[in-house]
Design a protein around this ligand. Structure first.
Ligand SMILES: Nc1ncnc2c1ncn2[C@@H]1O[C@H](COP(=O)(O)OP(=O)(O)OP(=O)(O)O)[C@@H](O)[C@H]1O
Length: 811
């Protein structure tokens, strides 16, 4: 407390002293100023009174009286002359600084300049005006007089100008280099504007110069000189341009080959060399300002941020999220491992051998591989047996073996043996728990790992959805499709954090996927205006699909601006903080679109869904949107060519006919499956037979409950807004709405190509799908193209451009 009050006391005293000192200085400056001004008017009258300082009867004319007259006499007349005004000026600035703490001019700088001019100006004024002591002061005159005896008038003048020059050099940092740089820049600017004007008058001037010079290096020097220092060269050199190569006199070769008198003027050129360097310096300066520098800077910034905060962690927002645990899945211990008795194996083997023998096919060896649902008998036929013969006898062999689900693989790819798959009389269920717990799945580094089940050789089968990149599933009702879908979703839920993956569920059956409602705020994506994340109303699907197309376009733009090709590279770059969130960059989660009953969707929502699906399937792979489409009826009008072409990965559960099998797998086999999760998987090459892992509804319920009860995001992942339009083909309505700016151009594109396709407009005019679609509707309304015809292009109703132009005018 005591200390504090002491401090305050000192502070108070200090400020009092400051105020008094400041005031004193201020008043002094005013007194001095008035005295000095007044001195110039009254000095003659007052000068004789100065000595009688204490005589009351004698007064002074000066406004500050005798003191004022004396001050003027001391500082101006006997002192430094007119520059004495600097003293009140300096005191005024100082008083303001002390009183108000405001530095109008920098005190120390002002003082140093003041001292210089207090010395310089009186001498200079004495030199110019002689004995005019009111200007130079007596001191100024005496010093000048002394200097004159030492250096003479000219010498003194030179000394004064030299000191002034040094003063300016020091004050304005005027080095020779800096001056000549400025001078050159100014000159270049001038020359450019002059040469621009003169170009028309003397177009060949430069060419003539080049002709005279052979050495390309000297040409370079010449052009530089002609541009920058030509004016400064002596006239004789300017005229005799052949001598100019000596400028590169630094090069011995040129020097040797030239006559001696030509070398006479190197001194003139030596001055030019720094000028050349200057120009080079300027060029290198502009290079430094190129954007490459900026990119480096950005990278440096990102490095700095990374070292300070570490890489960006998308999981941080839900840092406490716990991945589902294994005990949420049911253990079916009683049914695993596989049980098959030797008798059954022996019996089947014998049957196969005798059946084949009946058809005249001899076997040299046979091997059995026991799988969960089927056993594979691998046969090596005797030499000379044609494989096609066995393939043709497939149905007969199956009949003889009297078992459903026999599939003959002739030959087994890469082995040269023939495989006969015979169902086990006691199939073993593959539980989701065992496959999720498998090392293969646990240790996988895949982006979107999916564990389907177990292969015929009882191996867990894990594959990457990101690589597929889309999946088509088909199977008759009750054969395990829904379980299969759940197995896929479960695999992903066990491996992915909510920040990395979002699902869009379309479930026209309204029951299958509703379980996932609980994880809406963790794993689901939806349209901003929709209440339910899981879409059960087929009419809303179109908006969602189009919104996904918009999301896709947006993501492509982000990838483009980040100079990367895939979502993986993009996210890695984002994690390294090399992408600026202020420029719209964000961590992109994978989006998996699951459509449970595609046939139903096509039936109710029509063909409109086909285009966005095909578009997504074609383009979405790189930006992390993957499609899983399941259907009961794999007929050609549901799985059209366009869709099939973009879904190389397919899963087939049991189907009822060979035709369906061919539609889904492009081959037989799916009709011979035994159901209950028995499936075939292909990515375009070989077929892999598998037993799908079984995950029951209560298990899925437990998992979603486990995730849903944890802290989630405030809302589902919001897809970009998309407002549906009437694309039903009611033309007049479409045209009533505002005609697109590019309508006429699009019409010309369509008519000249005679092809009514939206993608043509998109491609030729670099438009997004939605806008191109809108224009197409307007073209239909104007009668330029025919109505929508599904996967086929619309008919073009105008045959030539002339007719079109007339029509456009009338419109
Ligand atoms: N992987 C499997 N392992 C064991 N049993 C299975 C498996 N998949 C399905 N099943 C059995 O088949 C039944 C029907 O399966 P699921 O509900 O998946 O058929 P679905 O093809 O979806 O039929 P729908 O199209 O009518 O919905 C299940 O209740 C189950 O008993």
């Amino acid at each position: 407390m005591k200390n504090n009050s002491n401090d305050e006391e000192i502070k108070r005293k200090k400020s009092l002293i400051k105020t008094i000192l400041g005031l004193l200085l201020l008043v002094s400056s005013i007194i001095l100023l008035i005295s000095f001004i007044s001195f110039y008017f009254s000095w003659k009258d007052d000068q004789s009174q100065l000595t009688s300082f204490f005589n009351k009867n004698i007064t002074a004319e000066n406004l500050i009286g005798k003191i004022g007259a004396n001050l003027g006499e001391i500082f101006i007349f006997n002192g430094i002359g007119i520059i004495a005004f600097f003293i009140p000026f300096f005191l005024f600035i100082l008083s303001i600084k002390i009183l108000f703490g405001k530095e109008i001019l920098k005190i120390w700088k002002l003082l140093s300049h003041g001292i210089f001019f207090i010395i310089w100006i009186p001498i200079f004024l004495a030199m110019i005006f002689g004995t005019q002591w009111l200007l130079s002061g007596l001191i100024g005159f005496e010093v000048y007089d002394y200097l004159k005896t030492l250096l003479g008038t000219v010498g003194t003048a030179i000394l004064l100008f030299l000191t002034l020059a040094i003063y300016f050099i020091l004050e304005f940092n005027l080095s020779v280099d800096a001056v000549s740089t400025k001078f050159n820049t100014l000159k270049q600017k001038k020359e450019i504007s002059v040469s621009e004007k003169e170009e028309e008058k003397e177009p060949f001037e430069e060419e003539i110069i080049y002709e005279k010079i052979e050495d390309p290096k000297t040409i370079k020097s010449e052009t530089q000189i002609s541009k920058s220092v030509k004016d400064s060269l002596p006239k004789n050199i300017e005229e005799n341009k052949e001598e100019i190569p000596i400028i590169s006199s630094l090069e011995p070769k040129v020097m040797e080959s030239k006559p001696v008198e030509a070398i006479q003027s190197p001194t003139e050129f030596e001055i030019d060399i720094p000028a050349d360097e200057e120009i080079i310096d300027e060029v290198s300066l502009t290079i430094e300002e190129t954007p490459i520098e900026n990119i480096n800077e950005e990278e440096n910034i990102s490095e700095k941020i990374v070292t300070e905060f570490g890489p960006y962690d998308p999981k941080l927002e839900l840092a406490r999220y716990k991945y589902p645990t294994l005990d949420l899945l049911k253990a079916y211990n009683s049914i695993e491992p596989i049980t098959i008795n030797n008798e059954e194996l022996e019996e089947n083997k014998n049957k196969i051998v005798t059946t084949l023998a009946n058809y005249g096919i001899g076997i040299s060896s046979i091997k059995a591989t026991i799988g969960p649902t089927v056993t594979l008998y691998e046969i090596v036929p005797e030499a000379g047996v044609r494989i096609s013969k066995i393939k043709n006898l497939e149905d007969d062999i199956a009949l003889s073996l009297a078992a459903l689900g026999i599939r003959i693989i002739a030959p087994i790819p890469g082995k040269g043996t023939i495989g006969i798959e015979v169902p086990n009389s006691n199939p073993t269920m593959v539980s989701m728990r065992t496959v999720i717990a498998s090392q293969k799945f646990q240790k996988t580094e895949m982006e979107l790992p999916i564990v389907f089940g177990k292969t015929i050789s009882n191996e867990t089968f894990v594959t990457d959805l990101a690589k597929m990149p889309h999946l088509l599933m088909a199977g008759a009702t009750g054969q395990g499709k829904s379980v299969g879908l759940n197995a896929i979703v479960t695999s992903l839920l066990y491996k992915k954090h909510p920040s990395e993956l979002k699902f869009v569920f379309v479930d026209p059956k309204k029951v299958e996927l509703t379980l996932y409602n609980k994880i809406e705020r963790h794993f689901l994506a939806k349209l901003p205006d929709s209440e339910e994340a899981i879409i059960t109303d087929t009419t809303k699907v179109i908006n969602t699909l189009n919104s996904l197309c918009v999301e896709m376009d947006n993501r492509y733009k982000l990838l483009q601006s980040a100079y990367v090709r895939t979502i993986k590279e993009y996210n890695e770059k984002f994690k390294e903080r090399k992408l600026n969130p202020e420029k719209g960059h964000r961590f992109l989660p994978y989006i998996v679109l699951v459509i449970d009953e595609f046939a139903d969707l096509i039936m109710t929502a029509g063909k409109e869904v086909e285009l966005p699906i095909a578009r997504l399937a074609q383009l979405a792979r790189a930006i992390g949107i993957h499609l899983i489409i399941a259907t009961q009826r794999p007929s050609v009008n549901v799985i059209t060519g366009m869709i099939k072409a973009n879904f190389p990965a397919r899963v087939a559960f049991r189907v009822t006919s060979k035709i369906d099998s061919r539609t889904i797998l492009d081959g037989n086999g799916a009709d011979q499956l035994i159901g209950k999760g028995d499936m075939l998987f292909t990515t375009g090459n070989e077929l892999i037979r598998m037993q799908c892992a079984f995950v029951d509804t209560p298990e899925v319920d437990k998992i979603t409950e486990y995730i849903g009860s944890q802290q989630g995001y405030t809302d589902a992942y919001l897809l970009p807004e998309f407002y549906g339009e009437n694309t039903s083909g009611n033309g007049s309505e479409a045209l009533d709405s505002k005609k697109d700016e590019l309508f006429n151009d699009a019409a010309r594109v369509i008519v000249s190509a005679q092809q009514g396709s939206t993608s043509l407009i998109q491609r030729k005019m670099s438009l997004g799908y939605n806008r191109a679609g809108r224009i197409m509707d307007q073209l239909e309304a104007a009668g330029i193209v025919g109505p929508f015809e599904g996967s086929k292009a619309r008919k073009v109703l105008i045959t030539d451009l002339n007719t079109l132009e007339q029509l456009l005018e009338n419109l």
